[in-house]
Design a protein around this ligand. Structure first.
Ligand code: NAX
Length: 338
């Protein structure tokens, strides 16, 4: 279903095709408005593809109606569909937000299998119809392993173009640190989150800089291990307890940060946390989608090399990677990687 285009000024650049799954969900409702306001794709006009399951199509239509009512000059066209082959056609930027939530009492393997039923076919569709330079961000949980399934099912797309979101964990860490150090977040650089977007993740301040100077001596070790690391790792559960719903606006905002940086670059000398297929760096097995410190090189997220890893870091990285390996082995046994 295609909505009539909102009038747009003639742009000099080609429009960008942006697909969002889970478009009628709560993250989608915060995300979509910021995809058409120019902050990610600059002055390029945007063709939005809203993907939903059948039962979500009516609500997606309502969201599209509100987008039209907002009269964004850069919004060119909206397509609403439940078919990834339609939604991903020639897509340049893809946000995979829709996923199967964990049911009460559900085994992890069953959750992985249910999501494999979504991300396997979506990977195949991307492989077949997306633009060859497509940039993909998986938000739907379990995000890392969903991205691994996706990458395995899209063999013709460079695995570096398939990422999962740990930018929310990264930004949560920056928020906590800025408060503790009483500085603006803009004073902080070189924060790293390693591993899985789960409670096993390792928010690591070993390389953190405050106004360009090492921050580690300004932070108490006990505060880091007993308060900071668990608070960042369990922030999602804390938000649910206090707000009564899972993180939505913050997740959307961090998805915007991730894709904006991917299209526009990050400050010289800094890095951000990106979950991408491992190339074996820092002892993380290849194929596993793990969070790493990453910089952009020729438009691709490359893992920052040569960081010294001490015993404490090694233990924490190994623990979160072990969880990812277990998830990867499960989806492999379930035949979801091809
Ligand atoms: P909602 O339940 O509000 O929305 C999800 C939407 O996805 C629903 O409208 C549903 O119909 C749709 N959907 C399901 N399967 C689909 C498919 N195959 N194709 C298209 N649409 C489909 O969830 P919301 O709060 O928006 O969260 C979405 C996902 O983000 C969840 O998996 C959630 O766990 C995950 N999160 C990931 C975060 C991260 O940092 N990586 C943080 C926030 C969030 O928890």
């Amino acid at each position: 279903m295609t909505q009539p285009a909102v009038d747009t000024p003639a742009g000099e650049q080609q429009p960008v095709n942006v697909a969002v799954t889970g478009a009628a969900g709560q993250i989608g409702y915060s995300l979509l408005w910021r995809l058409v306001n120019g902050e990610v794709f600059g002055a390029r006009r945007v063709n939005l593809r809203l993907l939903e399951v059948g039962s979500g199509l009516k609500a997606a239509k309502g969201v599209a109606m509100e987008l039209m009512d907002s009269a964004f000059p850069l919004l060119s066209d909206i397509t609403i569909t439940d078919d990834p082959m339609v939604g991903f056609k020639d897509a340049h930027s893809v946000f995979l937000v829709g996923a199967k939530p964990r049911q009460a009492g559900q085994e992890r393997a069953d959750l992985l299998a249910a999501n494999g039923g979504i991300f396997g076919p979506q990977g195949k569709a991307l492989n077949e119809v997306a633009s060859r330079d497509v940039r993909v961000l998986v938000v739907g949980n379990p995000a890392n392993t969903n991205a691994a399934i996706l990458a395995a099912n899209a063999p013709d797309i460079d695995p570096r173009q398939i990422t999962a979101m740990t930018r929310l964990d990264h930004n949560r860490a920056l928020g906590q640190l800025a408060q503790k150090l009483d500085v603006p977040v803009t004073s902080l650089s070189r924060m790293t989150v390693w591993g899985n977007h789960s409670a096993s993740q390792f928010p690591d301040v070993s390389e953190l800089l405050v106004d360009g100077k090492p921050a580690a001596d300004q932070l108490d070790k006990n505060w880091l291990t007993d308060e900071f690391i668990p608070r960042v790792a369990k922030r999602g559960a804390e938000i649910i307890e206090v707000r009564g719903h899972s993180s939505a606006a913050s997740a959307a905002s961090c998805a915007i940060d991730h894709m904006r940086d991917w299209f526009n670059g990050i400050p010289e000398g800094d890095w951000v946390s990106v979950a991408r297929p491992s190339d074996g760096s820092y002892g993380v097995p290849e194929g596993i989608v793990s969070s790493f410190p990453c910089r952009l090189v020729d438009g691709q997220w490359e893992i920052v090399q040569g960081l010294a890893i001490d015993e404490f870091q090694r233990e924490r990285i190994d623990a979160t990677v072990a969880e990812l390996v277990e998830e990867f082995d499960t989806v492999k046994e379930l035949g979801l990687l091809s």
